[in-house]
Design a protein around this ligand. Structure first.
Ligand code: PLP
Length: 373
């Protein structure tokens, strides 16, 4: 059994993928070729945003966003700790200070009260300048932007949406770029929309920001590549990856529907058991990058399921603020209590659009049996 089944997806798309790859090999424009432009248009249409720009990966996408706002030493950027380390890394690598905010216990996304409290503390300390917040849409679900965005606006923060796990997710029919100044995503193979290597994208509705991002991803280029107007990155998206993503986009909406169908079956199957199933806020449609439950002893459950060939993963047993490289950074003055509670109980189950009913039933059955262990 696969935790994420990329092989079944490839079988479904094989002829189209082969033709798309062949086309790139024959035109030979391997970097920033025509497929990149087509993909950017398709991504912008899908996410209902004016501009989409490909880049090398989801971490660069975050860095490009921060760089577009000129964020660096002396600046504070607020972010969750309960996420992949790339979120805080993008801030720290630019010399700015990540300040960790706690999460909501039901959705695992940023807690508005914690954001406000942490902002008040940073402002009253007066040593760092609050500049931006990176709101992560964890496991495929958008954060509560209607509550978070007004707090960010009150403190004059730029909003960056880290949609690495959630490209395609909506809240009240709107994508995070409705609230965010810049939205970013990752096309790492395991993501809901993944390529066959590294890839990422940045999204914005602001034409001036779009021009800066477009320059920054190619060494801060000006009128041509020998004119440098910013210090930038080499962060282009390969044409082959764009061609692959264009093929995958043809079935992406259908795959999101499938993921939702599978998530609903999990919830129904597990609801009365000894597990806490995930909650979705009203009006939200998740892309279900992960189906994460909570149990008292996730390591015991993981081992039990492994004995029956059922793979699991744990996101995140050691959140970023507890990682050696990040111990020094500030956090919510009340501590990250929810983060440090759920890190002990979360465990993610196999989730992908090709999980058939009988396989899923066997997973649910084993989890039911695990109440006796
Ligand atoms: C929330 C989050 N942000 C950023 C990233 C970084 O993306 P990439 O691996 O494409 O650099 C990831 C990838 O795992 C992620 O899950």
């Amino acid at each position: 059994m696969q935790f994420i089944d990329l092989k079944s997806q490839q079988d479904r798309l094989k002829p189209g993928l082969d033709a798309a790859i062949e086309k790139v090999l024959s035109h030979g424009q391997y970097v920033m070729g025509p497929e990149v432009v087509d993909l950017e248009q398709a991504l912008a249409n899908f996410a209902n945003v004016k501009f989409a720009l490909g880049c090398a990966n989801g971490t660069d996408a975050l860095m490009l966003a921060l760089m577009a706002f000129g964020i660096g030493p002396g600046d504070a950027v607020f972010c969750p700790s309960f996420t992949y380390s790339a979120t805080a890394e993008s801030i720290a690598v630019l010399g700015a200070t990540p300040i960790f905010v706690d999460i909501d216990p039901t959705t695992y996304n940023m807690c508005p009260e914690s954001l406000e409290r942490t902002l008040q503390k940073t402002t009253s300390d007066g040593t760092l300048t609050p500049r931006a917040v990176i709101i992560v849409d964890l496991f495929g679900q958008t954060a509560n932007y209607p509550l978070l965005a007004p707090i960010a606006q009150k403190y004059n923060l730029k909003i960056i949406s880290d949609a690495a796990q959630s490209f395609g997710a909506t809240l009240n029919g709107m994508h995070p770029s409705h609230w965010a100044d810049i939205m970013t995503t990752s096309f790492f193979p395991a993501k809901p929309l993944g390529c066959y290597g590294d890839g990422g994208a940045v999204f914005t509705n602001d034409p001036d920001i779009k021009d800066i991002l477009d320059s920054l991803r190619v060494h801060g280029r000006g009128i041509d590549k020998y004119d440098n107007i910013y210090i930038g990155l080499n962060s282009r998206l390969d044409t082959l990856q764009a061609a692959i993503l264009l093929e995958k986009m043809k079935i992406f909406a259908d795959e999101i529907d499938q993921r939702n169908h599978i998530a609903n079956r999990y919830v129904k199957g597990l609801i009365s058991q000894h597990v806490k199933t995930p909650s979705i806020i009203p009006g939200a449609i998740s892309t279900w990058a992960q189906f994460t439950i909570e149990v008292e002893n996730p390591d015991t459950l993981s081992q039990f399921l492994k004995n029956y060939g059922i793979p699991t993963a744990r996101y995140y047993p050691r959140p970023t603020h507890l990682q050696t490289a990040y111990l020094q950074y500030p956090r919510d003055p009340n501590g990250l209590q929810i983060t440090e509670t759920v890190m002990k109980t979360v465990i993610s189950l196999p989730m992908h659009p090709y999980l058939d009913e009988s396989t899923q039933n066997s997973i649910i059955e084993k989890i039911k049996q695990s109440s006796d262990i």
